[in-house]
Design a protein around this ligand. Sequence first.
Ligand SMILES: [Zn+2]
Length: 103
Amino acid sequence: MSGERASAGDRTTAPTGERAAPPPNPPEEPAVCGHCGDRFADDRLLALHRGRAHREALTDAEIEAYREARTEERDDVRLFRVKALGLLLLIYFGFIYVYAFVL
Ligand SMILES: [Zn+2]
């Protein structure tokens, strides 16, 4: 039982964003960082890692890849925020609607 708790807790308490458990569907060939040997599920995550962890040692192409990946990441986060706000408003006005007609 303590083993289950430990494995469940590893994921949430792993320091520096390291993954304690492998992803459920690992890729055939992971993208490997040439600087430290870390493996990533795709090239975008690798580009983000290189930009964050090895900023000083990057080539121009790697810097460009990092900028592209960072822009995509920002767009994804922005889209997520808009969707989350939309869902929140839907729930909010849904409750107002229910409250108005039930009471
Ligand atoms: Zn690295």
